[in-house]
Design a protein around this ligand. Structure first.
Ligand SMILES: [Zn+2]
Length: 294
C-alpha cells in the first residue's frame, strides 16, 4: 500500500517492551467482565481470527518480556508501528464518514501495541492469541511480531512491508468494533449463550465473516479516496483470507477439517466476504440479521 506521508492515528497505546506489571493491573471489574465474556463465548478462548494456528505453532517459542525492560525498536518494528497507525487513521476517517452519512456517530477504538502479554478488560491477552478485539474496553490488541509470523508461520505471501494483507488484519479487528457499535456483538453473544457449542460456533463464524466484510468495505473507501491499493495488495489479502480459513488451518494442523468446530469460516467464505465488501462498500444494508451470512 502507498501511504507516504499519511496521518498516523493518536488513539494508540504503545505498551511494547513493557512488562505486564508495568501497566495498571486488572481490577475487580476487569475480572468480572472477563468472567462474563468467557461465559458468553461459551469457552475460554479469547483468541481471534488468526489466533488458533499461531498458538499451536508458537507455543514454547514465546517468552514474557523481562520486567521493566525497555529497549530500542528496530527500524522494521518502527515501520510496522507507523504503518499500523496510518491504517488506523484511515479506518477512523472512513468509518466516521460512513457513520455520519447514516446519522450515527463513530466512536474511535484504541489500538494497543504490545509484546508478549498484556492486561485487557477481557483478561490477559498474549501474542500467542494473534490480534484480537475486546469489547469490554473497545480496544484492539496487536503484537506486531504477528505480521512477521503471517509469512513465516502461515505461509501467507506478503509482497512488501506495507502490504494490504497486514492492513486487513487491523481492519478485521476494527470490523468487530463496528459490530460492537451496531449492537451486533451483544445480540450474537446473548444468542450464543443459549445454544449448544456447534450452533454457537455458527454464530461465531457469522461474526468473523461480517468483520471480514467490514474490512473489505473499509478498503473500498480507502481505495476510492486514495487509490493506495495495488493489484498485488489485493492478491496478498485474498491469499491471507484463504490461509486463515478454518478448513485450511485445521487441515494444516490436524490433517482434516471438522466443520462443526469452525469458528471463523472457511477459506472460501472468508475470501468471498472480504472481496464482496471491497467491491460494494455497502456495509449498512448487509446485516447479521438478514441471514445473508449463512
Ligand atoms: Zn475476528
Amino acid at each position: 500500500m502507498k501511504l507516504n506521508g499519511r496521518r498516523e492515528s493518536t488513539n494508540v497505546e504503545d505498551r511494547r517492551g513493557m512488562s505486564r506489571g508495568a501497566k495498571a493491573g486488572m481490577g475487580g471489574i476487569a475480572g468480572i467482565i472477563f468472567a462474563v465474556i468467557i461465559t458468553l463465548m461459551g469457552g475460554g478462548n479469547l483468541g481471534d481470527a488468526l489466533g488458533t494456528v499461531v498458538q499451536q505453532q508458537l507455543q514454547g517459542q514465546l517468552q514474557e518480556q523481562p520486567a521493566g525492560n525497555q529497549r530500542e525498536f528496530t527500524e522494521e518494528e518502527q515501520a510496522a508501528a507507523e504503518f499500523s497507525k496510518q491504517i488506523l487513521a484511515s479506518l477512523e476517517e472512513v468509518w466516521t464518514a460512513q457513520f455520519q452519512q447514516n446519522g450515527m456517530r463513530y466512536e474511535y477504538p484504541t489500538m494497543v501495541l504490545f509484546t508478549g502479554s498484556t492486561s485487557t478488560a477481557c483478561g490477559t491477552g498474549s501474542s500467542a492469541m494473534g490480534p484480537f478485539y475486546c469489547s469490554g474496553d473497545q480496544k484492539l490488541y496487536l503484537d506486531l511480531s504477528f505480521f512477521a509470523s503471517m509469512s513465516s508461520q502461515l505461509g501467507i505471501s506478503i509482497s512488501d512491508k506495507s502490504s494490504f494483507a497486514y492492513a486487513y488484519v487491523i481492519a478485521h479487528e476494527v470490523g468487530h468494533h463496528i459490530e460492537y457499535l451496531r449492537g451486533t456483538l451483544a445480540k450474537a453473544h446473548a444468542k450464543m449463550n443459549q445454544l449448544d457449542k456447534a450452533s454457537a460456533n455458527k454464530i461465531s463464524v457469522k461474526l468473523e465473516l461480517l468483520a471480514d466484510y467490514y474490512a473489505g468495505c473499509w478498503a473500498h473507501y480507502e481505495q476510492q479516496k486514495y487509490g493506495s491499493l495495488t493489484e498485488q495488495d489485493l492478491a496478498d489479502a485474498i491469499d491471507a483470507a484463504q490461509k486463515i480459513g478454518d478448513d485450511y488451518l485445521q487441515k494444516r494442523s490436524q490433517g482434516y477439517a471438522s466443520p462443526d468446530s469452525f469458528t471463523h469460516g472457511t477459506s472460501q467464505q472468508r475470501m468471498y466476504w472480504l472481496k464482496k465488501g471491497f467491491e460494494s462498500g455497502d456495509w449498512n444494508t448487509t446485516t447479521f440479521d438478514e441471514g445473508e451470512l449463512d
